[in-house]
Ligand binder design. Structure first.
Ligand code: ADP
Ligand code: MG
Length: 693
């Protein structure tokens, strides 16, 4: 049996370790500096570095690294050993404050979207003391932010850290107007991570999974997810063993992995940690994804984090549960038992509604990627249209305020399940709606559009900034209101906001065509593809937002979009090339071999005086010819797209032409696959992959 409390955080340089290893005064100063966001003195950095090194060496470390999150979507690291030559030819283990707070990796090969010419390759990483250092593979990992020599932001963490501070200040200001004083407002996030597990031996035989992370061919198996027997179903022993090891590894890193279960699609699973402050949550999520992949391999499986590994069954997302709390722990999104009279809650709610409506295009843009395009708008994920689910209770409160009426709350309703044998279940004051992209779930909002393989830093940086902008707007309106007039002023303002922005509120089923029509009537965005979604990120309104709050400069926004376009184009390019490779190396030879065998059979039948039945042979031959033709079309479209220099223009061609040609090839390829005899199949089928563990 694992001693979980002992194990938990044993590989992190957390506050308990700091307290043990630092003089009390140093620890207090460090905490104060972190809390107030002040720069660290050199002396303090030296003391921290000394304690960190000691701890790391005792735990078997030989190296340290500045761990950062460049625009590639994954994390980056360069390992340095602790050794320093001593005079007598031996070495000592050395690590100074300078090593801790700053490092200079060569930045030339990280995406910068044209921000930094390669000859100015200098990049700096700077220690983020708000996230704990940790040990992995005998190396001390120091979470850092990454910027260029000229100070341009080149990573995902820096904007997030800035947004956290901006949101805290805006929230504090509004709270102060309401007579609530706190040192700091904290953004909390609990990300639910979905993923698939497939057998490694099968994975190796699929070039599409190896190169693209998703299947590009594959006919539907006789059984998919229609029986709804996988969701929350009993976990298979091999998967259970994986989950147990994953939990242990994450716990060692202080990552509070909590809930593990089977998801809707066969072979799909989910892990949710207990929520933490958003900066930690994002770092933890990056590590969680890395460990999922690594531990799956140990169990002979491969973890697929792609948003849509399989056609026809659910894709994977990362539900971003988001809330705000004061330093003292009061959840600012908790309506309490009487939302109607809760000024603080109503104002935060109204600000969020206003922000999501005004910046719906931004929110969609933050989760835009080639992979996520297959998910948003498909029948399981939230649609590409951003809307807010509030549930009957809160909608009732806001409607009452809008029409100037009193609202009587139902409070928490007790549901009796059976006689006296089962405890009464307390019913939440919001019902559930799995189809909403931005759902209020009792005391937090759940943003469900993020893709499973994406970093959560970007959506949260924008979400925080949007809400900060609106909280400031609200604070401007209420500033100077006399205390006795506050109630009336709050109701008036909430009414104004709700009436102006209620088009974004939608409590119905987001998967229906009726909603798509209704949303169009309401004038909501429906950016179905990444190129459309990205185009919105650079509009004046959206650039002004982040520039005003000091999150990005205009140049940084443009360069980031450039990176996104490029990433999109490269992804589609790899996918298209992989399809052509599979066509020519796998599918076509398999079909031709089968055709040859069938033809030979027909000939020998004829030689024996029998009348050969060539109907099937003809069918296969025609299907193969159609597939080949679709392959030729794809190859032509690909050449045209590759020739376009401008990444934004190229992305439209990739989306409109290349993707369309890929879809056609997939259909005809799958048409051939279903005709192939078992021994001719060139790779494991959907049935093998989805039910193979
Ligand atoms: P669901 O019903 O959607 O499965 P859960 O209540 O199990 O939701 O929580 C899902 C995630 O939301 C978990 O990571 C959990 O820690 C997180 N969560 C719960 N409360 C909050 C909160 N106040 N702020 C942010 N995240 C939260
Ligand atoms: Mg959830």
């Amino acid at each position: 049996m694992v001693n979980v409390p002992k194990l938990f955080g044993s590989l992190t340089f957390n506050e308990r370790v700091m307290k043990d290893r630092l003089p009390a005064k140093t620890f207090r100063t460090f905490r104060k500096m972190v809390e107030e966001g002040l720069p660290l003195t050199r002396e303090l950095a030296d003391m921290m570095a000394y304690a960190m090194k000691d701890w790391a060496l005792e735990n078997g470390c030989t190296h340290f690294t500045h761990w950062f999150q460049p625009m590639t979507g994954i994390t980056a690291e360069k390992h340095d050993s602790f050794i320093a030559p001593a005079a007598d030819g031996r070495v000592i283990m050395d690590f100074s404050g300078k090593d801790l707070i700053q490092s200079e990796p060569d930045a030339s090969s990280f995406p910068s979207g044209g921000l930094r010419a390669t000859f100015e390759a200098r990049g700096y990483t700077a220690w983020d003391p708000t996230s704990y250092a940790f040990i992995k593979d005998d190396c001390l990992y120091i979470p850092t932010a990454f910027c260029s020599y000229t100070g341009d932001v080149l990573d995902k963490k820096t904007p997030l850290l800035r947004s956290i501070a901006v949101l805290s200040e805006a929230a504090r200001r509004l709270l102060a107007i309401l007579g609530i004083h706190t040192e700091k407002v904290i953004t909390n996030v609990g990300p639910e991570q979905e993923y698939f597990l497939v057998d490694k031996a099968m994975w190796e035989k699929r070039k599409d999974l190896v190169f693209a992370g998703r299947t590009l061919f594959g006919a539907k198996p006789p059984k998919g997810q229609e029986m709804e027997d996988h969701y929350f179903g009993a976990i298979k022993p091999r998967v259970k063993a994986f989950m147990a090891e994953l939990d242990e590894e994450l716990w060692k890193l202080g990552i509070p992995a909590k809930t593990e279960h089977n998801e809707v699609a066969p072979a799909q699973h989910e892990l949710a940690p207990v929520y933490t402050s958003v900066n930690l949550a994002c770092d933890y999520n990056q590590l969680t994804m890395e460990f999922m992949k690594r531990i799956a391999l140990k169990h002979g499986m491969v973890c697929l984090l792609h948003e849509k590994p399989f056609d026809g069954v659910n894709g994977s997302g990362k539900h971003n549960n988001w809330s705000l709390s004061t330093l003292e722990g009061k959840n600012l999104l908790d309506p309490g038992s009487d939302a109607y009279h809760n000024n603080q809650f109503l104002l935060f709610l109204a600000a969020i509604i206003k922000g999501i409506d005004e910046y719906q295009d931004v929110l969609r843009g933050t989760v835009a990627s080639a992979g996520n395009d297959h998910r948003l708008g498909a029948n399981e994920a939230p649609p590409a249209i951003v809307s807010i689910f509030l549930g009957t209770e809160l909608t009732g409160v806001l409607e009452a305020i809008a029409s100037g009426q009193e609202y009587k709350t139902n409070g928490h309703i007790q549901m009796k399940l059976s006689g006296n044998t089962l405890a009464a279940v307390s019913k939440d004051n919001t019902d559930r709606n799995r189809t909403s992209p931005f759902a209020f779930t009792g005391n937090k909002f759940e943003f469900r559009m993020a893709g499973s393989q994406a970093s959560l830093a970007c959506p949260n940086a924008y979400l925080n900034t949007i809400v900060a902008e609106e909280l400031e707007w609200v604070a401007d309106k209420l500033e100077g209101t006399a205390p006795e007039e506050l109630d009336a002023a709050v109701k008036k303002l909430v009414k104004e906001i709700y009436l102006a922005h209620k088009r974004i509120v939608f409590n119905g089923n987001g998967y229906t065509d009726a909603w798509v029509e209704e949303a169009a009537k309401r004038g909501l965005y429906n950016n179905k593809s990444t190129p459309e979604a990205l185009a919105c990120m650079t509009s004046k309104k959206n650039v002004d937002l982040v520039v005003k709050h000091g999150i990005f400069t205009k140049t940084e926004v443009l360069s980031r979009c450039e990176i996104q376009y490029e990433l999109y184009n490269k992804t589609l390019n790899i996918e298209a090339l992989t399809m052509l490779d599979m066509l020519h190396k796998d599918l076509l030879p398999a079909a031709k071999k089968y055709l040859k065998d069938l033809s030979e059979t027909a000939l020998s039948e004829k030689a024996l005086g029998l009348k050969p039945d060539v109907a099937f042979l003809k069918k296969l031959q025609e299907a193969t010819a159609a597939m080949y033709k679709d392959g030729e079309t794809l190859a032509k479209e690909l050449v045209k797209a590759e020739a376009i220099e401008d990444q934004k223009k190229a992305s439209a061609v990739y989306h409109n032409k290349v993707l369309a040609a890929m879809e056609a090839l997939r259909r005809s390829g799958d048409g051939v696959e279903v005709l192939l005899g078992k021994e001719y199949l060139p790779y494991p089928t959907y049935g093998d992959l989805l039910f193979g563990i």
